[in-house]
Design a protein around this ligand. Structure first.
Ligand code: NAP
Length: 340
């Protein structure tokens, strides 16, 4: 198989880390990136990387770039259908099947739309092996489901002409490696929300809602396995129907994560009282509001999303090697404070 890589989202937290990891570990790969804004030092830092200017709505640019690529690594926006359609259309013009790694997210499993487990522990832990069929039957309005359905349809119709891996990480922490954003979303969003709840560390009901987490370095280990397998023509990775990869290495309840955030915020003098308090659902809802995703605050602060990376463990012996979330959370909190 060829080693021409086309990658999107290189200035983002996840995409940038994947990009830097690929270039650093495999200087022999021919890497092309799509950028809408080129960081000033990009070409001095990555002199061998080819840049194509465009954005996710540049259908023809994306289709042409992907028709030329052996392996496409699509990051940056897990819900953007036009970019995914353009990428697939380009890959399907190849003479031999190409490879696509699509970034999704374990928000797809979140139980935030029902009251049942908000603020409580949901016993369900999803396996990317045992529950693969159930994942492909999740409700159409589950997060990221729009693009996963598109990928499922592509596999059903053209599975002999394309090899797809859906990368489905949980919440991520730790400093990223790329040329743009190098910090994740959860901790800064929580720190931004604290002033909206009277400067208190907040949780809902008993705060036992639990989510999986992964350090960005461990996630990159998994990406590297799958990219290297693609370059090898498939290697020991699995693709299409079986090509679904959770990445979580640990779980934490909401109350444990925010109690640790509270300790760091009060130690830094950002808030007076770092002890967590239970708040009502109206207060939760008041913290984050985006019109295109009603209930985002419940998803972030009150829901469960528990995953087991069975496939990666089975295929690659994947396990967490980086420090655990609570051991290094202080750095994520310090970054969040620095930008408030
Ligand atoms: N962070 C997490 O904990 C996490 C976990 C699981 C899943 N996810 C999902 O993964 C996706 C990426 O997350 P992230 O944290 O890596 O995001 P991020 O740091 O904000 O990165 C977004 C990247 O996508 C690019 N981008 C976005 N829209 C674009 C467009 N229309 N045209 C061209 N480039 C565009 C950005 O380019 P510019 O620099 O030009 O803006 C940037 O490179 C999200 O959909 C998120 O829901 C995130």
């Amino acid at each position: 198989m060829g080693r021409k890589i086309f990658l999107t989202g290189a200035t983002g937290y996840i995409g940038g880390s994947v990009f830097d990891t690929i270039v650093t570990h495999h200087p022999e790969y021919e890497v092309t990136v799509l950028l809408r804004n080129v960081p000033q030092d990009f070409s001095s830092r990555y002199p061998k990387v080819k840049i194509i200017k465009g954005d996710y709505d540049s259908h023809d640019i994306l289709a042409a770039a992907t028709s030329n690529a052996d392996v496409v690594v699509h990051n940056g926006n897990s819900d953007h259908e036009p970019s995914l359609k353009a990428i697939i259309s380009g890959l399907l013009t190849r003479q031999t099947p190409g490879f696509l790694l699509h970034l999704s997210g374990s928000g797809i499993l979140s139980d935030f739309r029902s009251d049942t487990y908000l603020g409580k522990l949901n016993p369900k832990i999803w396996s990317d092996v045992d529950d693969r069929d159930a994942i492909s039957r999740l409700p159409d309005d589950a997060l990221h489901r729009n693009t996963e359905m598109l990928l499922g349809k592509t596999v059903a119709e053209h599975g002999d002409k394309i090899n797809i891996a859906i990368m489905c990480p949980p919440d991520i922490y730790g400093k990223g490696k790329g040329p743009g954003k190098t910090w994740s979303a959860f901790v800064p969003m929580y720190v931004d929300s604290v002033p909206k709840v009277n400067n208190r560390i907040f949780y809902y009901r008993d705060g036992a809602n639990t989510r999986s987490w992964v350090h960005i370095d461990d996630l990159m280990t998994l990406y590297l396995h799958v990219v290297e397998a693609a370059v090898a023509g498939g290697g020991n990775a699995q693709w299409n129907r079986e090509g679904y990869y959770f990445a979580g290495t640990q779980e934490h309840s909401h109350i444990d994560v925010v109690s640790a955030i509270g300790k760091h915020l009060s130690a830094q003098g950002v808030i007076e009282n770092g002890a967590p308090v239970a708040v009502d659902i109206k207060a939760i809802d008041s913290t984050v509001n985006v019109p295109w995703l009603p209930g985002l605050a419940r998803y972030l602060w009150a829901s469960n999303s528990r995953t087991r990376a069975d496939r990666a463990r089975k295929l690659f012996g994947y396990q967490g090697k980086a420090p655990g979330l609570l051991e290094v959370l202080e750095a994520d909190v310090a970054h969040a404070i620095s930008k408030t």
